[in-house]
Design a protein. Structure first.
Length: 156
């Protein structure tokens, strides 16, 4: 597969909520970072996608653009879903920057407007304080705790 095909296949799998297919695109030493989960490595990345795909019953993913320049790829995409913790509807526009090595994703950095996301996902607290480190840190701590709890064996 070309690097563009890898990234497009990744998003097609995401759209199907096929976390196993998504995880297969990452290299063994892969790293991921976004405003909610912060920095994740290897197995944590697969667990994050598993948790998000399984919890996102109404999750819809649309790949808006994909630009490849050698081993670097930038993808613009949109996720729409109900945020499981609050039951609020979210439409999140994301810019992912991928570094690929030997046919695998080595690094993925996702960027989005955290204040806009928190306003939708959290409602009034997000609108009022979503730009502050207080809310960012609380969201990140909660996301990491959710991931750690989800990693327990009873979630198969």
């Amino acid at each position: 597969m070309t690097n563009e095909e890898i990234v497009r296949d990744f998003f097609e799998a995401f759209g199907r909520r096929d976390h196993a297919a998504m995880a297969r695109h990452y290299g063994p030493d892969a790293a991921f970072e976004d405003p909610v989960f912060g920095k994740l490595i290897a197995g944590q990345i697969a667990q994050m996608w598993k948790m998000l795909c399984q919890r996102g019953k109404d999750l819809k993913i649309e790949l808006l653009s994909c630009h490849v320049d050698g081993d670097e790829c930038t993808a613009e995409w949109e996720a729409t879903y109900t945020f499981s913790q609050t039951g609020r509807f979210v439409r999140n526009r994301v810019r992912s920057v991928f570094s690929l090595r030997n046919g695998k994703i080595a690094q993925q950095n996702d960027h989005f407007n955290f204040w806009k996301w928190s306003s939708q996902a959290l409602g009034m607290p997000g609108r009022a304080l979503g730009w502050t480190p207080l809310i960012k840190n609380a969201v990140r701590k909660n996301a990491k705790r959710s991931l750690e709890t989800y990693e327990r064996p009873n979630h198969g």
